[in-house]
Design a protein around this ligand. Structure first.
Ligand code: FAD
Length: 475
């Protein structure tokens, strides 16, 4: 099959072996961890920032969409080429460029896998705090683009709190640097502005990250409850006592039984829900806090609060949590993970609503989530081969997210807006709010060359129609 003009141009920049355009190769990049699909015309694997810059310039000149992709673990279709064109993958940009242990900084290329960074700096007593459950696969570039969180977000914050500098490539090929190793840089905080933009304004080619000191003591507790309500009520009580665990995760009965069968992490098969609670800091403080947490759990009828006796037990409990999504694959051919956020005190009523949605839509839904952040992850189990189930799955997802917004929350805590939730943005933002975001978008990416048709609702109003006309490519 003859190559397309854009594939020929890309081969001139990166060499033949770093460009794929056979149908069977293009199929592999049609999807990410979400439900959406879209076929790229060509896939390119740059090795340097200079190559990324030339690719961007070529895409702009030829008016071809360019979609950056890390590991493709995003759950909202962010790295799917919705409008076709080029998918730019970072598997050749995986170097840790610098480790500055004295100043607790590292400079990395975007393709570095999250867990690999922590492993590389462990010898200095340091780690990279944002730890999405996908950390063994997801890349730092993807984490920056999605402003990812993780189990330890409750105390440590999300990715934006751990990035002090960026190198980015703009659609016209310009390379720009913002921030650096210092905590505060003068002028506009452009580093913060680029985090969470989901590849729609710039391509990140280098990242300066903050490294965190490994704590003196860590205590991990597994609190076991007979009912989801008791576990959910415990969450708000722990934080209202003034205790901030580094992690406060919940698994409901359906999920934990599945996890236990897959990982043998020690979760009791007959319980209604478990909380995985982690405390860290100075030894004495952690011991006192663990006693206080235990007391709160018991007040809410925990039938048992176990303590991980050593690092191996701790790792096993976490293995259960971090492989929970995969374990749910035992129950159905597919699942659709939602990512709503609600104020912590509303968790019990939202979980009851999710159960009612499951019954109404005749679907099974399991819950594994960052309870301390109020960040829910209802996993809707379904069979993709059944169009009726697919429709009911989408309906259930929309109902849950609408309820989260009505409860004072949002439509995504960490999985991004991508192409699966862009139409829901008006639930949260007014036309004016979206207009301000569009101004930022158009300042950097006026022709929508980078990741088109993502994050913003597709044209609804006169304003948006005008922008589409002026840019030539629908957003
Ligand atoms: C089992 C599982 C568990 C998960 N758990 C969590 C969790 O606990 N917390 C959490 O936050 N997320 C979680 N996620 C979602 C996902 O892993 C994160 O959003 C992650 O940061 C995506 O990284 P990635 O490298 O896979 O990016 P991709 O999925 O490849 O891309 C995500 C977005 O980033 C853009 N992008 C990628 N690289 C760049 C770059 N260099 N420059 C500009 N844009 C770029 C893409 O265009 C896309 O819009 C989970 C996903 C799975 C499948």
């Amino acid at each position: 099959m003859p190559s397309s003009p854009i594939a020929r141009e890309l081969r001139k920049i990166v060499g033949s072996e770093a460009v794929l355009d056979r149908p069977e190769d293009r199929m592999i990049y049609e999807y990410d961890a979400g439900l959406s699909t879209g076929t790229p015309e060509v896939i390119v694997f740059p090795s340097t920032t200079e190559q990324v810059s030339q690719i961007a310039r070529t895409a702009s000149r030829m008016n071809v969409p360019l979609v950056p992709r890390g590991a493709g673990t995003g759950l909202s279709g962010g790295s799917i080429p919705r409008a076709g064109g080029i998918v730019l993958v970072f598997t050749r940009m995986t170097s840790i460029l610098e480790i500055d242990a004295a100043n607790r900084r590292a400079v990395v290329q975007p393709g570095v896998v999250n867990a690999d960074l922590s492993a590389a700096v462990a010898q200095h007593g340091l780690y990279f705090a944002p730890d999405p459950a996908s950390q063994r696969a997801s890349t730092i570039g993807g984490n920056v683009a999605e402003n990812s969180g993780g189990a330890h977000t409750l105390a440590h914050g999300v990715t934006v709190n751990h990035i002090t500098g960026l190198e980015v490539v703009l659609p016209d090929g310009r390379v720009a640097h913002m921030g650096g190793k210092a905590v505060d840089s003068c002028g506009y905080d452009l580093t913060g502005l680029f985090v969470g933009t989901e590849g729609t304004v710039a391509i990140v080619t280098a990242i300066t990250v903050k490294l965190t000191k490994i704590a003196e003591a860590v205590e991990t507790l597994l609190a076991i409850f007979n009912t989801v309500d008791d576990a959910a009520n415990t969450v708000a009580s722990i934080t209202s006592e003034g205790i901030t665990p580094v992690a406060l995760e919940m698994l409901d009965g359906k999920t934990l039984r599945c996890v236990e069968e897959a990982t043998h992490a020690g979760y009791p098969m007959d319980s209604g829900a478990v909380l995985l609670i982690e405390l860290e800091g100075l030894r004495e403080m952690v011991t006192d806090q663990a006693d206080a947490v235990r007391a709160v759990c018991q007040r809410h009828s925990a039938r048992e609060v176990r303590r991980a006796a050593n690092d191996a037990e701790r790792q096993l409990l976490w293995k259960g949590r971090k492989t929970a999504f995969a374990a749910l694959g035992r129950l159905a051919p597919a699942y659709y993970t939602q990512d709503g956020v609600v104020p912590r005190s509303h968790i019990p009523k939202v979980l009851r609503y999710i159960e009612s949605v499951a019954q109404q839509c005749k679907l099974e839904i399991g819950n594994i989530f960052h309870a301390g952040d109020g960040n829910l992850h209802p996993c809707i189990l379904f069979d993709m081969r059944d169009p009726d189930q697919v429709e009911r799955t989408h309906q259930a997802g929309r109902m849950i997210l609408q309820y989260c917004v009505d409860a004072g929350g949002t439509i995504t805590g960490e999985h991004g807006v991508g192409m699966e939730k862009n139409e829901l943005m008006p639930l949260l933002f007014t036309d004016n709010d979206l207009e301000v975001m569009a101004l930022v978008h158009d300042a950097f990416n006026p022709k929508s060359i980078f990741n088109p048709q993502k994050l913003f609702p597709t044209p609804r109003s006169c304003r948006e129609t005008n922008i589409v006309r002026s840019s030539g490519v629908p957003r």
